[in-house]
Design a protein around this ligand. Structure first.
Ligand code: DXP
Ligand SMILES: NCC(=O)COP(=O)(O)O
Length: 240
């Protein structure tokens, strides 16, 4: 079944802009789940530019559904995520300079390191691993070989593509990737850059979708419509 997970990073961005305690991302998580979100996503970045360690600890106490900890595969994050007993560790590439995550993991490059250093401690702690990858055959195949539970298909290129041929091409790539991941036994998640304008074609064209994570566009829409209304509308669309 398709489900919406709400990413609350940018509630923390707004809070941190003034060094205040409000708006509180933990309060946003409670509202989002009440409005129909099936879980919460946050990306604890190395530079702590939005979500902070204390937010994660407080979130762990209130989140009722899926607790999806997005992170770079550093030893520090692996250890924190393990202590938090997250449902998912969603591993993403991270760079200090980027405004947001710019692409999927290069699985060829990280395979050996993930196999030896990253997967064992997460698996020992019972944490399911989702790999944030571009909709590319090689990355999906390696994700399955490593024994990940899921891939999160990077939808950013689709989201940024102009309508017409370019967008259709990206939908084709996502459809093929989803079919392949499903055949290889991986759960198919998706996220990045999704909003009320681009979600429906994705839902109509890409099979086997499970968790769809959306952040920035929902928090932006919520400024005008209220978080509860915004999340309810998107959760209903995604459930179908
Ligand atoms: C993996 C992904 O596409 C996003 O969740 C992103 O990692 C969020 O990070 P920012 O909120 O810092 O953009
Ligand atoms: N994993 C993707 C996510 O959590 C949300 O990304 P965005 O909607 O803020 O681009």
């Amino acid at each position: 079944m398709r489900k919406l997970l709400v990413n609350i990073d940018h509630v923390a961005t707004l809070r941190n802009a003034r060094g205040e305690t409000v708006p509180d991302p933990v309060e946003a998580a409670v509202v989002a789940e009440k409005a129909g979100a099936s879980g919460i996503v946050f990306h604890l970045r190395e530079d702590r530019r939005h979500i902070r360690d204390d937010d994660v600890i407080r979130l762990r106490d209130v989140v009722q559904g899926i607790f999806d900890f997005e992170m770079a595969a550093t030893d520090e994050m692996i250890s924190f995520c393990s202590r938090m007993k997250a449902d998912y560790a969603t591993l993403v590439p991270e760079s200090r300079e980027e405004l947001t995550t710019e692409g999927g993991l290069n699985m060829r490059k990280v395979k050996e390191d993930f196999e030896q250093r990253v997967f064992p401690p997460l698996k020992e702690n019972g944490i399911q691993i989702s790999l944030f990858v571009d909709p590319a055959e090689a990355d999906i195949r390696i994700s399955a070989e490593l024994g990940a539970e899921a891939v999160e298909l990077h939808t950013g290129t689709y989201a940024n593509a102009p309508s017409g041929f370019a967008r259709e091409k990206e939908l084709d790539r996502l459809r093929n990737a989803a079919e392949m991941a499903h055949e290889l036994g991986l759960k198919v998640n998706a996220g990045h850059g999704l909003n009320f304008s681009n979600i429906q074609p994705l839902l109509d064209n890409v099979p086997h979708l499970n968790d769809i994570s959306i952040g920035h566009a929902l928090i932006a829409d919520a400024l005008f419509n209220g978080l509860e209304n915004t999340v309810r509308r998107m959760a209903d669309l995604i459930r179908g």
